[in-house]
Structures are given as structure tokens and as C-alpha cells.
Design a protein around this ligand. Structure first.
Ligand SMILES: [Zn+2]
Length: 144
């Protein structure tokens, strides 16, 4: 991706925050990303969750990252500013009020690591940083 870092990762769950960032007639990018289900001028539904299935830098604007996102509504192309991350629910109990926090003490060592905890059932995931563990949690494809 060059020097520009994409804020959202492939497989991550996102929401459309601002449909003003929608690229509804961007045929060339849809073709480039091989988006068979993309339909020009389609309107996304409000408050749907989408999965990131493609990432590209806008070839004309250069510093804008465009994401291909998919749900049952279809496939859409949206600029980074129009999306927000959605934290996935617990894979075991479906709880959506997930807790993310830093843990400094691990047993008797002082290794900093981060934890995601369901809070409603014993489901827990850990990672080396909050970004790492959030990314693992939100891009998982199966039960953890
Ligand atoms: Zn749970």
C-alpha cells in the first residue's frame, strides 16, 4: 500500500457512516477489484454491517483509500472517511457489549498485553497490542 496505511483490514466488519463517500459509478475500480456483484448506482441500506472484501488506493486522488464492502444488500465502494469499524459480537453467546482493555500484569511477569473479554460468557482473546487483538477479533472467520 505504499506509505498510506489503510485503516480497515480485509475481512473486517464495518458500517457506512456517511454515504457521501460512496463511489456508485466507479466501474473501473469495480472491474479492477473483480467485484462481480457490484451494481452501479445501487443504494446501501442504512445501518447494515458489511465485510471488507477489497482495498485500493484511488488512482486519481492518490491519497484516498477506497474499500469494497459486501453484505446481503450487495457490494459497494466507499472511501475510508465514510466507514466506521464495527466490533463483532461474541462467537459463543452473541453478546455485543464486548470489553477491550490493556492488561499489565500477566501472572508474575510484567509483560504488557491486551485482552478482549465477552463479559457475558468466558470467551477471551489476547494479543500483543489493542490494535492487534481488535484486528484478530474483528477479522476472525470462525469460532475462537
Ligand atoms: Zn460470550
Amino acid at each position: 500500500m505504499g506509505e498510506i496505511m489503510n485503516k480497515f483490514k480485509l475481512g473486517q466488519t464495518v458500517k457506512i457512516l456517511d454515504s457521501g463517500f460512496l463511489y456508485s459509478t466507479y466501474y473501473t475500480l469495480a472491474t479492477h477489484l473483480q467485484l462481480d456483484k457490484w451494481v452501479a448506482k445501487a443504494e446501501p441500506k442504512e445501518n447494515s454491517n458489511y465485510k471488507v472484501i477489497g482495498i485500493s488506493i484511488h488512482p486519481l486522488k492518490g491519497d484516498v483509500i477506497v474499500y469494497a464492502i459486501e453484505s446481503n444488500d450487495g457490494v459497494f465502494l466507499v472511501g475510508e472517511g465514510g466507514l466506521e469499524a464495527v466490533d463483532l459480537p461474541c462467537p459463543f453467546c452473541g453478546n455485543v457489549d464486548i470489553q477491550f482493555y490493556d492488561t499489565e500484569y500477566v501472572g508474575d511477569s510484567y509483560a504488557p498485553y491486551c485482552t478482549i473479554e465477552c463479559g457475558n460468557c468466558p470467551c477471551v482473546m489476547t494479543g500483543s497490542s489493542l490494535i492487534d487483538v481488535k484486528s484478530k477479533w474483528n477479522t476472525r472467520n470462525e469460532r475462537i
